[in-house]
Write a protein that binds this ligand. Structure first.
Ligand code: PA5
Length: 477
């Protein structure tokens, strides 16, 4: 691995501290060593399953190889990103789900929190928007702040059949055409290499610049392929560092013993907690930059583990409801519930050892002790103290929590976190013996939408919808 020095990489290692899941800190609410050890062989099998199936497209395990097999793609993306930064004032991602949450997450994690409000000379790239909804107000409002002819639109869809993304595309296509702009000049596709509608559209237009969303990479595991890398590069994010961080975490997790493999241990802790009825997984970063990492994680964890059938066809209802919570903000809304409500949660803290800047708190209000004690500290000290205090309060109340310690937030540590969560999810799915990589539960709603909008081939579904009983007036109050 040629990214910076070994010493630097090791100084940036993300670590797991799960003391607050154990009997020593939680008393009878925590895991004993023996309880955890009972998962060792299951964990070992999950490790072996993931290792043996790495890179297999047919199992949607292609994401494991993304840190290693994209040298040429990365060079191409960097070149394209340079041209976009030179030629465009706006960059808009059109996509949804796995095609949007990754770009949103990286943007918020590694760019200025008010990036779009910065003057041009302070930004590394064009103004940046990710449109992951079909709320007409949002589309109208986007069109109020961009100039389509000065905008590069990155349409991200593996299938090219996702109604939301393709609706947005139709609106943009119409606008560009009316403005006399050749769609090829302002649009980039990220899509399947061989099939899918974007491929067809590109061929019909004589070739729209397209990046490949590889066959074996599902939407929610796609941040480290062109889906996430192109928007990140346009923003000036170090995409080589992101991939190097992922590879580094991969090397750390290349151990079959759960006590030496942080992703495997996270999977064990969560599965063991789920088996004790902890149906809610709270992801709580103490960093505004990581707020949307929690969103990205929520999709990864929810869609991957929420399944009603095991791989050998047995009915089940697995999954854990992921909840995003922001430290310290949500201390003032949700932490009351976490501390005194039902014992149904595991809280994962994402804690920074060092923030990107210090903000000294000036002395003042010396005759008001409630305020004066803050003077002379820094905001970093305050947020870290509140993080430690919340972990303490939860632990004292017997609530399971663990911490992922991040030395500082940069592309390398973000890459580590992404890969850790992806591995954790794959291990957990293997331990539960489910298909981690499909999402059949999303299909029914999609089909009903097609039927309601009169798509060909959905007449039967429309009949099914029409045959629902009349709504009971007494239930509408
Ligand atoms: O994780 C997933 O697979 C989904 O969230 C998809 O990314 C989402 O439905 C978008 O699909 P597509 O890329 O085909 O437009």
């Amino acid at each position: 691995m040629g990214y910076k020095t070994r010493e630097w990489r090791n100084s940036m290692r993300v670590t797991l501290d799960y003391n607050n899941m154990t009997e020593k800190f939680l008393g009878d609410k925590g895991f004993t060593d023996a309880q955890l050890s009972r998962y060792a062989s299951k964990a070992n099998e999950a490790f072996r399953y993931v290792k043996e199936n790495r890179g297999k497209d047919e199992l949607y395990m292609g994401w494991t190889e993304l840190p290693y097999n994209q040298k040429e793609i990365v060079a191409d993306i960097q070149q394209t990103a340079r041209e976009i930064r030179k030629n465009f004032q706006y960059f808009v991602v059109l996509g949804i789900g796995g095609s949007a949450l990754g770009p949103i997450m990286a943007f918020n994690a590694l760019c200025h929190l008010h990036y779009n409000d910065l003057p041009k000379f302070k930004r590394k790239g064009p103004k940046f928007y990710v449109e992951d909804n079909v709320d007409p107000v949002r589309m109208r409002d986007l069109l109020d702040v961009i100039e389509p002819e000065k905008t590069c639109f990155n349409v991200v869809s593996k299938s090219g059949a996702t109604s939301e993304t393709m609706t947005q595309y139709l609106i943009i296509l119409d606008l560009l055409t009316k403005a006399g702009v050749n769609v090829k000049d302002n649009v980039i596709f990220t899509t399947d290499e061989k099939k899918g509608n974007l491929k067809k559209i590109s061929d019909e237009c004589g070739g729209i610049k397209s990046y490949v969303l590889p066959d074996g990479v599902g939407g929610r595991f796609s941040q480290l392929c062109p889906v996430g890398l192109l928007p990140a590069a346009v923003l000036g994010i170090d995409i080589v560092g992101l991939l190097a961080g992922a590879a580094y975490m991969d090397s750390i997790c290349n151990k079959p013993m759960m006590r030496h493999n942080p992703a495997l241990m996270c999977a064990v802790l969560q599965v063991a907690a789920m088996e004790q009825g902890k149906n809610v997984g709270v992801m709580m970063p103490y960093s505004d930059n990581l707020k949307y990492l929690a969103d990205w994680y929520c999709q990864l964890w929810a869609e991957s583990l929420g399944k009603n059938e095991t791989l050998d066809g047995k009915p089940c209802n697995y999954g854990q409801t992921p909840v995003k919570s922001l430290g310290v903000t949500d201390q003032h809304s949700q932490v009351q519930l976490y501390t005194e409500g039902p014992y149904d949660k595991v809280v994962t803290f994402l804690s920074l050892k060092k923030y990107a800047c210090e903000m000294p708190i000036p002395h003042g209000c010396e005759n008001i002790p409630d305020v004066a004690f803050l003077g002379g500290h820094t905001m970093e000290e305050l947020i870290q103290a509140e993080n430690a205090a919340t972990a303490y309060a939860l632990t004292k109340a017997g609530r399971m929590n663990y911490t992922l310690w991040i030395p500082e937030l940069n592309a390398f540590t973000l890459g580590q976190l992404l890969f850790l969560f992806e591995l954790q999810t794959a291990y957990a799915g293997a331990m539960l013996n489910i298909n981690t990589f499909n999402q059949p539960g999303v299909e029914e709603g999609k089909k009903a939408t097609f039927a309601l909008l009169g798509k060909a081939g959905y007449a039967e579904k429309k009949k099914e919808l029409d045959s629902l009983p009349e709504k009971d007036e007494k239930c509408i109050i």
